[in-house]
Design a protein around this ligand. Structure first.
Ligand SMILES: [Mg+2]
Length: 409
């Protein structure tokens, strides 16, 4: 039987700020994009949750609930840097069978390590402590025999929790959970389920509800959820070490499919996700495409860059621009996707210095040249510079929205 770990950082963005500032570690902390009282909170640490502060609440409201609240402004590069470092720790010290699920979540297949090592729980404690000791990032680990159940297990106990779902305790553990807590049920489906009075996993598995559920969710969705909830889904993990030609992500979880701001936000999240996967693999892209499906048709549009890029700002702006130019505005979007499709390792993308591009690039330092020669020789990224971790801060979604809403009108 496989042993899958799902490692999820606790209140990640807030925790990153605590990691670099020990003075706020035990304090209630929230993160916003801009420190103004109308700002919407994007992350809440566990101390602040005790005051009933939630993601999505206005800062004004939160400060009323907790006058001593510590407010941090989002620093995207900080979150990416910790994520890359945690990935490197896990992949170098524990297993190369690792998948990046999002900026603060990883799946590890530890089946073979367990075989020749100690107990499952011991290994989880060791990894959890290791991340804490090295980065002061608190994290929780879910353990099970497939990725879906491992992810479900993580949410059972947070922060600094370790939970295990086995075939023996599966139904006892998850049947009373609210269906909304189950990880692959999106907002749209949650709403539909609420309307037909399906609240818990038990309700979902009740045979009497089967026909209604199939009518509401569609047969395919229903079947795949049933397999998952009964521990029979065989989700494969696709490992990051293999060279990939493209990285893409799409979603159908769009609550207001005609709302421009929301669609832009969805693009922001999708781009952020695939950007991170690209960055963690030390790749750059030369092509970006956007796909959306309305009831009438599916549209795919792509753009090619002059040079390979891993500049988040540039890629996000391109994605938004492609969407903005091609969506007619009155057709509801059912599925939206972004992909980077022309990828190459960073060390293979350095331009040769010529008279023509000399002015543009000014100078590629001797260090850069040396690093690239070495990486090229070993055909993998054995070396990179510390400064790669100190990139400029990418535009956040609110900045982007402001710009493009003006542009749209
Ligand atoms: Mg998390």
């Amino acid at each position: 039987m496989r042993v899958i770990f799902h490692i999820d950082m606790d209140a990640y963005f807030a925790t990153c700020h605590k990691a670099i500032n020990s003075q706020i570690r035990s304090k209630p902390v929230v993160v916003v994009h801009k420190n103004v009282s109308s700002a919407i909170i994007t992350a809440v640490c566990y101390e602040a949750r005790k005051y009933k502060i939630k993601v999505g609440m206005s800062l004004y409201h939160a400060k009323n609930l907790c006058p001593n609240l510590i407010v941090e402004t989002a620093i995207h590069s900080l979150y990416v840097n910790f994520s890359v470092k945690i990935f490197e720790l896990l992949s170098q010290k524990y297993t190369s069978k690792i998948v990046i699920a999002s900026i603060d979540e990883f799946f590890l297949d530890v089946t073979t390590i367990i075989g020749r090592n100690r107990s499952v729980k011991y290994l989880a404690q060791k990894i959890q402590q290791d991340i804490w000791n090295k980065f002061q990032i608190s994290n929780s680990i879910g353990i099970s025999y497939n990725p879906f159940l491992a992810k479900t297990a993580t949410d059972l106990k947070k922060p600094m929790g370790i939970s295990i779902i086995t075939p023996q305790n599966l139904s006892k553990t998850i049947n009373t959970l609210p269906i909304a807590k189950i990880c692959s049920v999106g907002k749209v489906s949650q709403e539909k389920l609420k309307q037909i009075n399906i609240y818990t996993v038990d309700d979902f598995l009740n045979f009497e509800n089967q026909k209604l559920l199939i009518r509401t969710l569609g047969k395919n969705n229903f079947n795949s959820l049933i397999l998952k909830l009964t521990g029979k889904s065989g989700d494969q993990l696709i490992y990051t070490n293999n060279f990939v030609k493209s990285i893409s992500k799409e979603t159908s979880d769009i609550v207001n499919p005609l709302e421009f701001n929301e669609l832009i936000n969805v693009i922001h999240h999708l781009t952020n996700d695939i950007y991170l996967k690209m960055k963690n693999r030390r790749l750059k892209t030369k092509g970006i495409s956007i796909m959306f499906r309305t009831e009438q048709k599916k549209i795919t549009r792509q753009a090619t860059l002059d040079n390979y890029s891993n500049n988040y700002q540039e890629l996000l702006a391109l994605a938004i621009n492609l969407f903005n130019k091609n969506w007619e505005g009155d057709k509801a979007i059912q599925i939206l996707g972004v992909s980077f499709y022309h990828l190459e390792y960073e060390y293979n993308t350095f331009e040769q210095l010529t008279i023509d591009n000399y002015q543009k690039n000014k100078i590629i330092s001797q260090t850069d040249q040396l690093i690239n020669q070495i990486n090229k020789k070993y055909k993998k990224n054995v070396l990179y510079k510390g400064i790669d971790f100190l990139e400029s801060k990418p535009l956040n979604s609110i900045d982007i929205q402001d710009k493009f809403i003006l542009f749209k009108k």
